[in-house]
Write a protein that binds this ligand. Sequence first.
Ligand code: DX5
Ligand code: ZN
Length: 219
Amino acid sequence: MKNYVSASVLSADMLELKKEIKKLEISGIDMLHFDVMDGSFVDNITFGLPVLQQVRKATDMKLDVHLMINDPLRYASAFADYGADMISFHIESSSDTLATIRKIKEKGVKASVALKPATSAEEVFEFLPYLDMVLVMTVEPGFGGQDFLHGTLDKISVLRKKINELGLDIDIEVDGGINAETSVLVKRAGANVLVSGSYLFGAADMAAAADIIREDLPC
Ligand code: DX5
Ligand code: ZN
């Protein structure tokens, strides 16, 4: 499976967002990861629809929206209309999972279910036939710059095995604490879409850092 890097703009300089997006484009980043937090599902508040609309106007990059909100069913259509190419929402949220997937897909947008570190892979099995991607959180959602939780690696392996058994074509995205070292571990476990915030934005050479986390494992 092809690997992709999705840059989390949570680590960008918000006052220079347009320049930061250009830098992502020049560095060959595959997608822009847009973390929406409502201060209720997680203990942080970030940005929402009006910012997404501006970002959509500023770039043709794929917009990978991660909703950390209580009621994604209510807002899924709006995030699709405002320019999301793919939408991840949490299975632990209060919305009905299948109804939310349908709402996203009827807009022609890729649908993904996100799992917190404590949620098991099995929780998402029944939804796999309807999904384009599963997002495995490798830190507790809410903040950038946290340390990778190694206990999430088994979950990635279990998910990849199940997806293969079912013969499905589903990406596994990982989010939180991804860097040169942890990227090897998650790819070995079966992830192929790697979100990175602090590692990418903190790198002296963003393009080289992206190549490192995207690179195929030696056979
Ligand atoms: C955390 C967010 C992540 C975060 C990743 O809740 O979902 O996308 O920005 O940042 P790093 O790569 O710094 O862990
Ligand atoms: Zn995220």
